[in-house]
Ligand binder design. Structure first.
Ligand SMILES: Cc1ncc(COP(=O)(O)O)c(C=O)c1O
Length: 308
């Protein structure tokens, strides 16, 4: 097997030595990354019992902050995890962390809230008695340029998206094993990321990003069932509508996907990332006029959102 460390991924960032000395928020304290620790009894470590958000800071402003907070608080409510803070308190914690690091732009955040430290190493939520654990990691981060030209290679994998009746894929939960298993399967198939199907066999999403194709001038994406309700996904759909680009949220199969003119992924980290091939088949001719237009519309939107 080739070394997975050599392969590109949609979360590749240019190396930034400043990240070796970042300061991390842990329950109100802001400490050097080497000292940022949580208990081995923490519900997140022990059971993946927590909710997180990934966000970008540009020009001192969090892009689409309210959308991220809506999803975060909805996830917390769904699993009865009381953050003990509202979005203003979280913004204050984020601002303190950014200031402690002298960060204003090209910053990626992973905000994580778990059910806190347990009294015993067992599953029941009532064993988590200390209140939640909140961790904020901010890193200097610019998506790697090389991926834009080369595009990502996907492989469809046996691991499918779950039904909402098992672990709803809309929960941005700390337990990402479904996605991680898919990612491992894609790497074993020689690809960079997994293209995951829904339980009915329709094309759904990748293990880390939302997935779109372009066919005859129209943009297609899944119905939104079984995938993460991505903030970037929603923005791209809105941008299509505003720009008069036909956009369809529908079921579609691999046949239509292999025959697409363009394919791309969306996520807060990388914005829009082109897909070069799926299961060894090149997608389209390599020209990506619609994705390129949407990339530029998305960049303008982020600029407006973070400078208004
Ligand atoms: C499985 C999955 N799909 C898609 C996304 C992209 O979501 P967003 O656009 O909100 O970053 C994420 C990001 O957390 C994810 O984990």
């Amino acid at each position: 097997m080739t070394d997975p460390g050599d392969r590109p991924s949609t979360h590749d960032a240019s190396e930034d030595p400043r990240n070796r000395d970042i300061r991390i928020y842990v329950n109100g304290e802001i400490v050097h990354r080497d000292d940022a620790k949580v208990s081995v009894y923490d519900s997140g470590f022990m059971l993946g019992d927590g909710i997180w958000e990934g966000m970008r800071l540009h020009h001192g402003r969090w892009a689409f902050f309210d959308d991220h907070m809506d999803r975060f608080f909805e996830g917390c409510r769904a699993i009865e995890l009381d953050p003990g803070m509202d979005r203003h308190d979280l913004l204050e914690a984020l601002t303190r962390t950014a200031e402690a690091n002298g960060m204003t732009t090209d910053v990626h955040c992973r905000l994580m809230l778990t059910r806190g430290v347990k009294s015993k190493p067992f599953q029941h939520p009532k064993l988590s008695r200390t209140g939640p654990t909140l961790v904020i990691i901010l890193e200097h981060s610019r998506p790697a340029e090389a991926l834009q030209a080369a595009g990502i290679r996907l492989a469809t994998v046996p691991q499918v998206r779950g039904l909402p009746t098992s672990q709803d894929p809309k929960l941005n939960s700390h337990s990402k094993l479904n996605c991680i298993i898919a990612c491992l399967q894609a790497e074993q198939a020689g690809a960079d990321e997994a293209l995951m199907l829904d339980p009915h066999g329709f094309v759904n999403t990748t293990n880390a990003c939302n997935f779109f194709i372009v066919r005859r001038g129209a943009v297609w994406t899944s119905t939104g069932d079984y995938c993460m309700n991505g903030v970037t996904r929603a923005k791209v759909i809105d941008l299509c509508r505003d720009a008069g680009i036909p956009v369809l949220e529908r079921n579609y199969a691999l046949v239509e996907t292999y025959g697409a003119d363009e394919a791309f992924l969306t996520g807060s980290f990388g914005g829009l990332t082109p897909v070069a091939e799926i299961d060894g088949r090149a997608i389209g001719s390599g020209d990506r006029p619609i994705m390129t237009r949407l990339q530029s519309l998305y960049a303008d939107l982020v600029q407006r959102e973070t400078t208004a």
